[in-house]
Design a protein around this ligand. Structure first.
Ligand code: ASP
Length: 280
């Protein structure tokens, strides 16, 4: 059993060590809870559980505490991939819900598995997900200061390998902050979140760069074709260099490899590997 999580790739950590430490401590607590949960649950159930905990932490840009977009509204995106059934589900730009990852989980058993905007919100309400305002005073303050010049990331993600050898990946985001309403993040696409029987990947960074490099699905394909997880990840991140792509990756392979890497060294992450906990 293995578990790796990230708390995003964000500009604050370059300058504000206090925030970085707080995020690392939060990740440390959540990876421990997640690993305990994984003892008695599948990779899929654990990925949802862990991402919901991360969404509930105000420190991260997902669920509660998400970034506010240029029109003053918060829109959330999240996706889930079950490496066993090869099902992908997600919500894109959904408003006024608490845990978008739980709505993605609900969608996994439907024929129509990725919903956006109002359709996603109606589906959520019909399925008992009530009204919730994910805004925090801190995010409103940042928005009012019009910090549009700096991209403030902080997406969350989780990859789990369970006792049965199954992999799952889950990713959730409030976007990159100050975006044009309607902009689609990579987090609810197979470029940002992907898993099969060989590997699972969750990404963070600038969504446009991650989509340009089809990062998560490329890494998984490379592992499926025989590359190690480390080599596949490095190769896929190398492909972002010509356009100075900004991406961070966490992953686990079915062979038991666990790996994280980023194009710029600012991703916060934590992993639990057979009783050994590491974070950075
Ligand atoms: N990838 C997310 C996006 O572009 C942002 C992030 O990872 O923090 O919407």
């Amino acid at each position: 059993m293995k578990l790796i999580i990230h708390g995003g790739f964000f500009s604050e950590s370059q300058t504000n060590q206090e925030i970085k430490i707080a995020k690392q401590q939060a990740l440390e607590g959540i990876v421990k809870l997640g690993y305990k949960y994984l003892q008695h649950h599948t990779a899929l159930q654990t990925a949802v559980y862990v991402v919901a905990l991360l969404e509930d932490s105000e420190l991260f840009n997902a669920g509660t505490g998400s970034q506010i977009q240029s029109d003053g509204k918060i829109r959330l995106s999240a996706s889930l991939m079950d490496g066993k059934s090869m099902r992908f589900s997600g919500v894109i730009n959904i408003e006024e819900v608490k845990n978008p990852i739980c709505i993605a989980e609900k969608l996994l058993s439907y024929d129509d598995r990725v919903l956006s905007g109002k359709g996603a919100q109606s589906f959520a309400r019909e399925n008992g997900f009530g009204y919730y305002n994910p805004e925090t005073p801190q995010r409103r303050k940042e928005y009012e200061k019009k910090l549009s010049d700096s991209i403030r990331l902080g997406t969350v993600g989780c990859v789990a390998l369970d006792a049965f050898g199954n992999l799952a990946a889950a990713t959730s985001t409030g976007g990159k902050g100050f975006e044009i309403p309607g902009r689609v993040s990579d987090s609810a696409t197979t470029a940002g979140n992907y898993a099969n029987a060989f590997a699972g990947i969750s990404c963070t960074g600038v969504g446009e760069d991650i989509v340009s490099g089809a990062v998560a699905s490329n890494i998984v394909t490379r592992v499926t074709d025989g590359l190690s997880l480390a080599a596949a990840t490095e190769k896929s991140l190398d492909e972002l260099k010509p356009f100075d792509g900004f991406a961070g990756v966490i992953g686990i392979s079915a062979a038991g490899e666990i790996y994280h890497a980023d194009t710029h060294p600012y991703m916060v992450w934590a992993l639990y590997d057979e009783g050994v906990e590491v974070f950075g």
